[in-house]
Each structure stands twice: as C-alpha cells, then as structure tokens.
Design a binder for this molecule. Structure first.
Ligand code: ZN
Length: 270
C-alpha cells in the first residue's frame, strides 16, 4: 500500500477535498493531481490541503501539446507549459507529466521535431522551478491527434537528444503494454535515470471508447504484475499510480470504486 497513488481523474466525480479525505482514510499515501481538480483553490492551497491529510503529490497532469502548424500557436503552448511548471512547483509536485501532442495536417516527423523544440524551450524554466518534465509515450492509436511520441524507445531518444537532467519518462501500462521490447526498454530507461513515473490501469477487450473506457486492474489483458515486476527489478521505487478514465466507473459509487481499486491493486499488481 505504501506505493499506491491515485490520480484525481480516476475518481473524477469527487472534488479535490473529498478525494484527499477519502484516499487518506483508505490508507492511500500519494496523489497525482490533474489541473482541473485544483480550482477553486490556488495550487499552493491545494498542495497544503494534500499534505495536511498526510499525502504526497506525485505529479501534476498535464502539460504538453506542443505541435501546431502555426508558430504563434506553438509559442502559446510553451507559455502554457511554463504556467504548468509554476503550478506544479506551487503544488509541491516534483514532476509535470507531458502529453506531447500531434497536429493533424502535418507529418509525425514534423510534430516530433516541434515536441523536441517545445521541451527544449521549457528546460530553463524547469530548472528554475525544480520540476522535472515527464514525457509520457501514448499508445499509437493517439498518434493522429494526441501524441507523436508512442513508445518508450522514442521517449528515450527524445530524452537523449535533450540531454537534460530535467527531463524523464512517465511509463503508463495502458500505452506501452503491447510493446514486444517492453522489458528491455524499461531496463534501459531506468539505467539512463529516466524512469520518473509509473501509471497503471487495464485494457478492456473489447475497448468501446478510445479515451474513456480504461479498465480497473484485472478487468483486461495487461500483465500488470509482470510489468510491475520489471519496473521494480530496476530498483525504481516510484509510486504506482492508478490512472483510469472510465465513463462506466465514474458513474458508479466512488466509495465502492475506491475499495475496488485497493483490492485490485493488491490482487493484480503487487
Ligand atoms: Zn498516464
């Protein structure tokens, strides 16, 4: 239980204060905060609320979305990411998770170049705030509009090109479980000191919605215990973050859902 972390979006119907209170009462010690969960508080107030309940902030989700055909739009995205870094610092989050983006109407190669340029432009601000940028590769089904970074190997190459201690990787089982080189890529990412965050949920068969039909651990086909063992074998002791977008689970009783998360974590992950 000491590594279990829950993303605020997983229990989306709960406002932050309710989520924090209920997680703490259930013995959860870590939380990843989505930006939309902060208001009406300031990020500093949200951070205090979380720490007052004995929880630590694992990450702020999320920045990114760098690619755009127009230079002005790309500059705007970089500004927005600077604000994200400020929010993460005020919240007390050591990492900002990046969903890197992709722009329909231009090539993936162009989007990838713009992602590298966008992150490079953020590095001084990451250094100033002390918040690391965690690049999250997204499943290739999102390559058209959400992320042109789709594998751990690509994320590692991007980190190597940026060559900065302020950049690393968020590994999410939902996005990378299918990779036939996953075990090796996890080991390499850890050896390169890039493994910052570890997200889990399950892949339902059939998946009825590309965004909001993620499964609770054990409901799908991802070998979570195996992948978690590969993560642990590297010495990585990062929180294990439950991140589930599910219209079906959001409609259920959230107290029962929280109990199920904890049970599924013990049964299918550890
Ligand atoms: Zn994730």
């Amino acid at each position: 239980m000491h590594r279990l972390c829950i993303h605020t979006i997983t229990t989306k119907p709960w406002p932050l204060d309710e989520a924090v209170r209920n997680y703490a009462a259930a013995g959860v010690r870590h939380i990843t905060v989505w930006r939309d969960a902060i208001a009406p508080r300031t990020p500093a107030e949200a951070g205090k609320l979380i720490r007052d309940h004995g929880l630590s902030v694992t990450s702020l989700c999320r920045g990114g979305f760098f690619p755009a055909p127009a230079a002005a739009a790309r500059a705007k995205a970089i500004d927005e990411n600077r604000r994200c870094l400020d929010e993460a610092a005020a919240l007390g989050a050591p990492h900002l998770v990046l969903v890197c983006g992709a722009a329909p109407g231009q090539t993936l190669a162009e989007s990838r170049k713009q992602i590298a340029d966008g992150i490079a432009a953020l590095l001084p601000h990451a250094a100033a705030t002390g918040v690391k940028l965690a690049i999250e590769p997204l499943h290739p089904m999102y390559a058209g509009d959400r992320s042109a970074v789709n594998t751990l190997a690509q994320a590692r190459a991007l980190c190597r090109a940026l060559a900065s201690p302020h950049v690393g990787i968020a590994a999410d089982t939902y996005h990378i479980w299918w990779d036939d080189d996953l075990e090796n890529q996890i080991e390499l990412a850890a050896r390169e000191n890039l493994l910052l965050a570890y997200h889990i949920c399950d892949w339902r068969v059939p998946t009825t919605d590309f965004l909001n039909d993620r499964g609770l651990m054990g409901e799908g086909v991802i070998p979570l215990r195996q992948i978690t063992a590969w993560i642990n074998r590297t010495g990585c002791a990062a929180p294990i973050e439950v991140e589930i977008f599910s219209t079906r689970l959001w409609a259920a009783d959230q107290h029962a859902f929280l109990k199920n998360i904890i049970q599924a974590y013990k049964q299918h992950v550890l």
